[in-house]
Design a protein around this ligand. Structure first.
Ligand code: FRU
Length: 537
């Protein structure tokens, strides 16, 4: 991506999208004549029941969405802002869309929170609650910190200084924002990638700390008041994957699970260069001393050995960061990611909107031997959507069998003995013979999601593929999988969330059958049950 401007990248993505969009519009004009004739169908469309509309995940009612932004908790409400273009289903002048939730599962759409202005588009960023009124916007003001991208300046080609950091505040619980008249609060020193500020209050150094991405590293800034920022340090040139551009970092202090120790974690999204192609999020464990970030020594060796450790090994979890001010224990953070990938996000075959978010997840840090691992799991509030559970273990045979039918929104939990002879898959399928499968191959210790035959895949040549991740770090006998299936996405949490894979797909009808296929004559499955969910919409 070096030497290519943000605009050029988007333009390339857009040419593809426009071609695809043109064909789509032609076929839609015909389809629509027959399709949406009755009032009933209109009503159904308005109820978030369109083809491919996820039923357990947040998606905007209409038009383009990318990164989650400004996630912050205040007075019982979890705010989710997001990169939004209200005039099209492809990327364009960025706004901050807005939704709120009381449980991180059920969402209510609110009006757009931030509109582009003469300083530029509103790119990704974060939000904090200024409890001590350090900025003078009022006690408990919600302050959004975001990047301005001045598209006119970029297109004029005269300088590289078109990305700057800015702030806006709300005194009515995020319903309306006022942009600070002193914007931008951080000017651009001449770097064309200079974006995505995440701000935290650091008790130890008694200051606001901002981390943001600058192409191949992150920059740390400090401020007493959210307005007057001083550059503290840079980090990352020498560590992690650099196969793409660094975007959307997050920095937080977290208690190591089951101990009294604290560590600092840096989440760092990268595009392209993820393990299964395109966009992905790596993480680093270390220390932040109020000035600079340093890697934990053992974690550093792992990073040097593996190139990077990834929060999610699937293709569709990008630009995720954690909630600020969340009412949660010190050993946890609440996380959500954009459930798509820049490789094809703008050409996926949804009609009215594009993209959904991942499930809201709790992430935690665990000491594993000498080093550390992040674990993820969906928030427990999701259990409130559960309706009934069915034990399907008795139905599981060694050959190809149908083990469950009749519901298209569920979690499959299974546990099996990990042997080199294991070679099986659970296939989630429909009446059209389309399927997505989750498999395990014991010979190579490989967990996979295969979406090759999952429905419409030809909108992008790299989409219809098998994605893999290894569990070879694991020593124990058993492997547990929790697999969440929605109308157009699958999330696999293996080994209590140490290994996560998230993928999207687009079948003609949601998958509502589960088949078990095994190449071995032995049955390694010890437990298997299906928990049904009802829709959040
Ligand atoms: C990541 C990203 C950010 C940027 C935003 C623009 O997906 O490219 O770096 O702020 O999207 O929409």
């Amino acid at each position: 991506m070096n030497g290519v401007s943000y605009f050029e990248v988007m333009q390339r993505k857009t040419v593809l999208s426009v071609l695809f969009f043109g064909i789509l519009v032609l076929s839609l004009t015909n389809a629509c004549r027959n399709d949406v004739q009755t009032e009933d169908k209109e009503i159904i469309y308005n109820q978030y029941k369109e083809p491919h509309r996820n039923q357990l995940h947040f998606s905007p009612e209409a038009n383009w969405m990318n990164d989650p932004n400004g996630m912050v908790y205040l007075n019982g409400e979890y705010h989710l802002f997001y990169q939004y273009y209200p005039d099209s289903t492809i990327w364009g002048p960025m706004h901050w869309g807005h939704a709120i939730s009381r449980d991180l599962v059920n969402w209510k759409n609110l009006p757009i929170a931030l509109y582009p202005d003469s300083l530029g588009y509103i790119f990704s960023g974060s939000a904090v609650i200024d409890k001590e009124n350090t900025a003078g916007f009022g006690a408990d003001a919600m302050v959004a910190i975001y990047t301005y991208h001045d598209m006119a300046a970029e297109q004029s080609g005269t300088s590289n200084t078109y990305q700057t950091q800015a702030i806006a505040y709300s005194n009515d619980g995020g319903r309306t924002f006022t942009k600070y008249e002193g914007n931008p609060v951080i000017a651009n020193p001449g770097l064309k990638d200079f974006r995505d500020p995440k701000v935290i209050w650091d008790d130890d150094s008694n200051q606001w700390v901002m981390v943001f991405a600058a192409n191949n590293h992150v920059k740390f800034y400090g401020a007493p008041n959210l307005k007057d920022w001083t550059h503290l340090s840079d980090w990352g040139y020498d560590y992690g994957s650099h196969d793409g551009i660094w975007e959307c970092p997050d920095l937080f202090k977290i208690k190591v699970s089951g101990t009294d120790d604290y560590k600092w974690v840096l989440l760092q999204s990268l595009n392209p260069g993820a393990p299964n192609g395109g966009s992905g999020t790596q993480y680093f464990v270390g220390n932040f001393d109020g000035n600079a970030f340093t890697l934990d020594e053992n974690f550093k060796n792992e990073v040097l050995d593996n190139n990077a450790l990834w929060l999610d090994y699937g293709a569709d979890n990008y630009a995720g960061v954690t909630w600020s001010n969340a009412p949660i224990d010190d050993d946890k953070r609440l996380f959500i990611g954009w459930m798509s990938n820049w490789q094809y996000a703008q050409v996926v075959p949804t009609k009215k909107w594009r993209s959904a978010m991942t499930l809201s997840r709790t992430i935690s840090l665990h000491k594993e031997g000498k080093t550390y691992r992040m674990r993820s799991k969906p928030v427990s509030e999701l259990d409130d959507m559960a309706s009934s559970i069915k034990n399907i273990k008795p139905a599981i045979q060694n050959n190809d069998t149908m083990v469950f039918a009749g519901h298209d929104l569920f979690k499959l939990t299974t546990e099996f003995t990990r042997r080199s002879a294991c070679d099986f898959e659970f296939r989630f399928t429909n009446n059209f013979g389309e399927y997505v499968s989750v498999g395990f191959n014991g010979e190579d210790d490989v967990l996979s999601i295969d979406r090759t035959n999952s429905g419409t895949v030809d909108f992008e040549k790299g989409f219809g593929k098998k994605h893999i991740a290894t569990s070879n770090y694991k020593t124990g006998d058993n492997l547990k999988l929790e697999i969440f299936l929605d109308w157009s996405s699958i999330e696999v949490y293996a080994d209590d969330g140490r290994l996560v894979m998230t993928d999207i797909f687009f079948p003609q009808r949601p998958f509502s059958f589960i088949e078990f296929h095994s190449k071995s004559s032995q049955n390694f499955v010890k437990k298997a049950s299906v928990l049904r969910y009802s829709s959040i919409w």
